[in-house]
Structures are given as C-alpha cells and as structure tokens.
Ligand binder design. Structure first.
Ligand code: SAH
Length: 256
C-alpha cells in the first residue's frame, strides 16, 4: 500500500494527524522538496529513507516507490498542500494501477485555505460571491482555452490563482481584457503559514507593483474578488428568523 499524503501549506503543525502517523510509520518517504517544510519529516524512523522528488523524474520516482513496495516497505508520497490540486498524482496512480499496487490518499490543508486564514477572509460571502474559482495562468503547462482567465473572470466570483506569481503581468492583462475593474480588491499571500509568510492586500491595478516591491516571484497565491473588502449580507445559517435542520425560527427576533 502506497500512501499519498498532503503535507499541508507549510507550518509543520498543519499536517493532519493521519498524515503525521503515516510519516512516523514510513520506511520510504518521497517528498516534493520544493514546497514541503522539511521539519514535517523530523518524526520519521531512523531507518527511513527519504527522497526529494524535486530532483527526480516521474520514472525515477515510480522506480523508487515500486521497488520499495515490492520489498514490503511502507511508502509515503508526500505532496504539498492537498495532493488533489496541481499535484500530478493521477499519473503516479495510473502507473501504480498498471503494477497492481494499491494506494490511498490522505488529504491535506491546501495553501488556498491557509491564504484565507492569513487574510482573515471568507471566500464565500453572501451577496458577494458564492463561488471560488481555483485556476492558474497558462505557463509551460497549457490551460484549456475555455478556462482562460479572461473568460473565468467574467463571473466576478472569488478567484484564487495558483502557480502564477512570476507572471502577474499576464494575469492582469487577462483580467483587464475581461473588463475587471482595476480597483477590484486583490491580495498576494506568499508562503502562507510559513514563518516568512507575507500577506499583501492591494487591487488588481496594483498587483504587479505590489509583487515587484515585495520581491515575490513564486510560492504565492493571488486572490481576486470583492470578498477581500466588501459589504455583505449576514448569513441565513445563523439568522434567528430562519429555520435550519438543527434550529427552529426564534420569533423573539422576528420583526415581521
Ligand atoms: N497542492 C498544493 C499546490 C501545489 S502547486 C496545494 O494544495 O496548495 C504549487 C503552487 O501552490 C505554488 O506555485 C503556489 O502558487 C501555491 N502554494 C503552495 N504552497 C503555498 C503557500 N504556503 N503559500 C502560498 N502559495 C502556496
């Protein structure tokens, strides 16, 4: 059994208890060295062998995993944040399937959750946005044409943009061509939950300048949307005049 584990966004105590236990128990750990906090690995057994996949190709990674598995060793493939987002796990799973090797996924706290926490924001504010678009600007990895940011931005929903801190100029061009106002609130969160985290609130029009002045080129998320700074309607969920599955309407607060 191979375990894909989400390491969380960075802080060593933001891995799940299950993920931590799997690491403590592992004989072999292959981790995405570029973004995983190595302190998370401190709990490993002395006998555990660790590989940094930043220096390895898919073929090399799979060779390590498959040979460890064939030797009856417990393998953890540790991915940053949650493995389901930009983790390239599907291609690893397909190779494991071909080799009749079972696997499990232990989810992790994605960086987009850590970024919201850093900013004290809620991505889904009533009457402002009830949708979060997770996307990226096309770089060396292609983005399907119908998902181009210039099209997605027309929804005016909250957008969280991964993998694009080095090409903010492209992002802003696309937002502009979608007719997004340059005064729309935006934020950059660099290394959310790490000790050197930076959180910068700006607007779409000042995104490039803000990133440049703070020397941010990678390991950052860009958040766009009125949820960053806007008036909103209070939620129905905790409204005393509104029945839920768990709570009856309280007439004391009902003005009519
Ligand atoms: N699976 C990961 C994303 C991997 S893609 C997750 O769920 O978070 C790598 C991109 O994620 C980076 O380029 C950056 O845009 C973002 N990222 C990862 N960790 C981050 C962090 N701690 N703070 C801000 N952005 C982060």
């Amino acid at each position: 059994m191979v375990n894909f584990v989400g390491a969380g966004p960075g802080a060593e105590d933001l891995i799940t208890i299950r993920g931590h236990k799997l690491l403590c128990d592992a004989d072999v750990i292959v981790y995405t060295g570029s973004l995983v906090n190595e302190k998370i690995l401190d709990c490993r057994k002395d006998s555990c062998t660790v590989y940094n996949s930043a220096y390895m190709s898919l073929e090399e990674i799979m060779e390590v995993i498959i040979s460890a598995e064939n030797n009856g060793l417990k393998v953890v493939r540790l991915h940053t944040g949650d493995p389901s987002l930009y983790g390239a796990i599907k291609e690893q799973m397909d190779i494991l399937d071909k080799n009749n090797i079972n696997y499990n996924v232990c989810p992790g706290v994605s960086s987009f959750c850590a970024a919201a926490a850093a900013l004290n924001i809620e991505y889904t504010l009533p009457n402002v946005s009830q949708t979060v678009i997770i996307t990226r600007v096309e770089g060396r990895t292609k983005v399907p044409k119908k998902e181009d940011i210039s099209l997605l931005a027309k929804h005016n929903a909250t957008m969280v943009v991964f993998l694009s801190a080095g090409i903010i100029n492209e992002l802003v061009k696309k937002l502009y061509s979608a007719g997004v106002s340059m005064s729309t609130p935006a934020a950059i969160v660099y290394k959310a939950s790490w000790k050197d985290e930076k959180k910068l609130i700006c607007s779409v029009g000042t995104l490039e300048k803000t990133a440049f002045e703070n020397n941010i080129k990678n390991t950052a998320l860009i958040i766009i949307g009125n949820v960053i700074n806007s008036n909103y309607e209070r939620s129905r969920l905790y409204d005393p005049c509104f029945d839920t599955l768990f709570r009856k309407e309280d007439n004391k607060y009902n003005e009519g």
